[in-house]
Design a protein around this ligand. Sequence first.
Ligand code: MSP
Length: 506
Amino acid sequence: MPRFYVTTPIYYVTDVPHIGHAYTTVAGDVLARWRRLWGDDVFFLTGTDEHGLKVQRAAEAKGVGPQELVDEISQRYRDAWDLLDITYDDFIRTTEERHRLPAQAFMQRLYDAGDIELGTYEGLYCVSCEAYYNADELEGGENCPVHLRPVEHVTEENYFFKLSRYEDRLLEWYASHPDAVRPETRMNEVLGFIRGGLQDFSVSRTSLKWGIPLPWDPGHVAYVWVDALFNYCSAVGYETDPERFAHWWPVDFHLLGKDILRFHAVYWPAMLMSAGIEPPRSMFAHGWLLVGGEKMSKTRLNQISPADLVADFGVDGFRYHFMADQRFGPDGDFSYEAMLARYNSDLANNFGNLANRVLNMAVNYCGGVVPGERADGPLRDAADGAFALMSSAMERLDFAAAFGAVWDLIRAANAYIEDRQPWALHKAGDTAEVARVLGDLLEVLRVVALCAAPVIPNAAAELWRRLGLPGRPEDARLPGAAAWGGLPAGGALEKGAPLFPRKEAE
Ligand code: MSP
C-alpha cells in the first residue's frame, strides 16, 4: 500500500484560528481524504508552534504564564479543526516532550556535523515573523514588510548554522527534483534566492527562556523556526522510532503559505542535509487569502473566524467555498457576497437541485428503488471524463479545477434532465425509458457523491445513504469505485430534505 504523508504548517499560538489558517488546513484535509479514497496509507499532520519571543511576550502582556497561554490557544486550534471535520492523524505541539527530545538530538547532529558555530548577531528582527531582515528589505526604511510594524535592533551571542555552505548542494537538489517546490513560480523564486547568495543564520537565542535548550549549551534556546520545522520529523518518530521514521520520511507534501516558503525550501532542506536526512519530496506554497485587498492580521482587525462562516453556510459550505472559489496558488480576495453567491449557485442550485429532482423522480416513478436498467447515454462519458480530469487536477493540487470537473458533470446531468424530460416519458407511459434515464442520473449522483466526498463529506455521505448505498463514500476504493455502473439495482431510495437550503442575503 503506498504511503502518503502530508503536513500543514504548525500555527502560532499567539493568534486564534482564522480563515487563512483554515484555508491551508482544509486543503490538507481534502488531499488526505482523496488519497485515502485511493487506498493509500495516509498520515496527515497538523499542530501548533508554541515557543519563541512572540509567545513569551504575548503571555507577559496577558499576565499569564506561557504554558497556560499555549494550552489555551492550542486547544482553540483543535476545536476549529474539529468543527471543520478535519481528519488529521496527529496534532503535534512543540512544547511536548515527544518533540523536544528529538529536536535536541537533531540540533546536536547539526553541531556534530560542524555546521553550527558560535558568533555574534547584530541585526533587525521582526518578532511577529520571528525573522531577521536586511535593511533594504524594510518598508519605508524601518518596518517589517509583512506586518508593517517597526523591526527591533538586536545584538546577541548566537549560534549560527552555516547555510552558506549549502548553496551548491541545494541547487543540485532542485536541479534533480524540479517538482519539489510548486507551483513553478515559487520554485523560480527559491532558485533566485539561493543564487543570490545564502547567509549563515542564527539558530539560537540567549535573550529568552521560552524555547528548547541546546543540548551542548543550555544557556541558549533553539531559534523557534528551527524548533518548529523539526515537528515534521519528530511527529513521525525521528530518534524515538527509527522504523516508523523510515516508513514516513521523506514527507510527500508540505503545504504552506507563500510567506514561509524560504524557511521551508531553503533553511529546512539544508539543515536536513546537514543531519543526513533526505529533504522533503515536495512542497506547495499557496497565496494569501485577502480581506478587502489586505492580508488578515490581528493589527488590521480584519480577521474572520471559521465558526462565523460555518454558522451561515455549514461545514460543507465552508470547505467547498475555499477549495472551489480560487486556484490554490495565487492570492485571492475573500468576500461574503461572493461566498453567498457561490453557495446558492453551486451547492443549493446545481448540486442540491440535481439530488432533489433525481431522487424525487426515482422514488415517484420507479417504486422507490434503484432501477435495474440504464441508458448508458451521454452521461457515461461525462462521468468518466470528470473523474479523469479531477484525478489529474488533484495531482497538481488544483482543487478548483478538480471540483470544477465534478460540477461540470452536475451541470451536464441537469441539462440531460431538461433534454429527456423524465416526467413527460412517465406521463406517456414509457416506463422502460424512464427507468433507463433515471438509472443514468442515479449513477451520476453516486459518482458525484464519491468525488465530492473529500470536500463536502457530510452532504456526500447523506446522498450516499439516500441512494441506498451501504457504509460511507470513504469506504469505497478508487479508481474502481468511480467506474460507471457501480450503483446496485434494487437499493432503497429516499427523497429527504434539501441538502443545501438556499440562503438569502441579509
Ligand atoms: N508557526 C509558523 C509556521 C511554522 S511551520 C514549521 C507560522 N504560523 S502562522 O500561524 O503565522 O501561519 C501559518 C500558515 O497559516 C501560513 O503559512 C499560511 O499557510 C496560513 N495563513 C495565515 N494567514 C493566511 C492568510 N491570510 N491566507 C492564507 N493563508 C494564511 O507562520
